[in-house]
Design a protein around this ligand. Structure first.
Ligand code: HEC
Length: 134
């Protein structure tokens, strides 16, 4: 089983070319994703510090697949991020995240997703150690 984990792209059902994470970071900054998101290593724009902030990247217990990341950008309402109050992240049943589909080129999308993917780190599940008193 362990050997299979490396070939993430194989099971996604579609494969886009590999993007450029540096360009993707530029897309991330220029499209002002940080006005609603926070990511380690990045400052949020002035005035947004106490606004809605959905964390992207960082240590996670299960990685989003490539397809999930693409979906969350081009179809934000398909599946809402977990762990946030619905009243904050959706309005009339839709994600408050804007749809960028008519302003983002496919190349920008590819680079952006490559960048986003590189920001997640899998944190191995650690068992709780129970001390048994006898
Ligand atoms: C107006 C606020 C807003 C902006 C701007 C915004 N988002 Fe979001 N985003 C959200 C909210 C709210 C959610 C949680 C609801 C959902 O999953 O759609 C979210 C969810 C996401 C998720 C899924 C996170 C998860 O853990 O499931 C990704 C990935 C994402 N956004 C990427 C981006 C990127 C990339 C940009 C810039 C191109 C961006 N967002 C711009 C509000 C925003």
């Amino acid at each position: 089983m362990f050997g299979l984990v490396g070939c993430e792209q194989a099971s996604t059902g579609f494969s886009l070319p590999v993007g450029d994470p540096t360009q993707g970071k530029d897309v991330f900054l220029s499209m002002q994703c940080l006005s609603c998101h926070e990511m380690e290593g990045f400052e949020r724009p002035d005035g947004t510090e106490d606004k809605l902030s959905v964390t992207l990247g960082g240590k996670v217990q299960s990685l989003k697949t490539y397809a999930e990341l693409v979906t969350s950008v081009i179809n934000p309402s398909h599946q809402l991020a977990k762990g946030y109050a619905l009243s904050e992240i959706q309005a009339s049943g839709k994600s408050v995240m804007p749809v960028y589909n008519n302003i983002m080129t496919v190349e920008q999308l590819i680079d952006l997703i490559t960048f986003l993917e590189s920001q997640y780190e899998l944190e191995p599940y650690t068992r709780t150690e129970y001390i048994i008193y006898r």
